[in-house]
Ligand binder design. Structure first.
Ligand code: HEC
Length: 117
């Protein structure tokens, strides 16, 4: 009996994780708050975009999945403009987001990957 069920349930769980993406692995890390309790509003916007548009491939915490890890991404793109260019235009199976988000929004999500993840 157990085997019959797991033959159906296990692929179902895998399927739901693929579809649900981030909800299986949790929420992206919060933006750190300063001593007075406020958080950088640009980074908060970046976190939202990351959660909606990026975490399904790069994992909520940025550790990678279908796309590579973005941890220490600032070391690979010392100039933020190079990283903005990549996210805007895309590369290989990484889609470009230039048509979907404004420059300010792209900068917010790129800053989130550099400063929070
Ligand atoms: C459909 C899956 C997918 C989505 C969605 C996605 N990426 Fe990617 N990303 C990739 C893949 C695959 C690569 C590797 C591209 C290559 O072939 O070089 C990549 C590469 C990157 C890199 C370069 C990493 C490095 O070390 O060179 C960054 C930065 C990045 N993505 C940021 C983002 C951001 C920000 C978003 C959301 C706005 C996003 N990605 C959404 C799949 C994705």
């Amino acid at each position: 009996m157990r085997n019959q069920y797991s033959r159906i349930i296990n692929p179902l769980i895998v399927f739901l994780c693929l579809v649900a993406g981030s909800s299986c692995a949790g929420e992206p890390p919060e933006v750190p708050r300063s001593a007075d309790g406020t958080a950088d509003s640009v980074l908060m916007v970046g976190r939202q975009i990351w959660s909606r548009a990026c975490s399904s491939c790069h994992a909520p915490d940025g550790a990678g999945g279908r796309g590579p890890s973005v941890h220490f991404v600032e070391d690979r793109y010392p100039s933020i403009d190079d990283q903005l260019n990549l996210v805007s235009k895309g590369r290989g199976s990484m889609p470009g987001f230039g048509g979907r988000y404004t420059n300010e929004e792209l900068e917010a999500v790129v800053r989130y990957t550099r400063e929070v993840l």
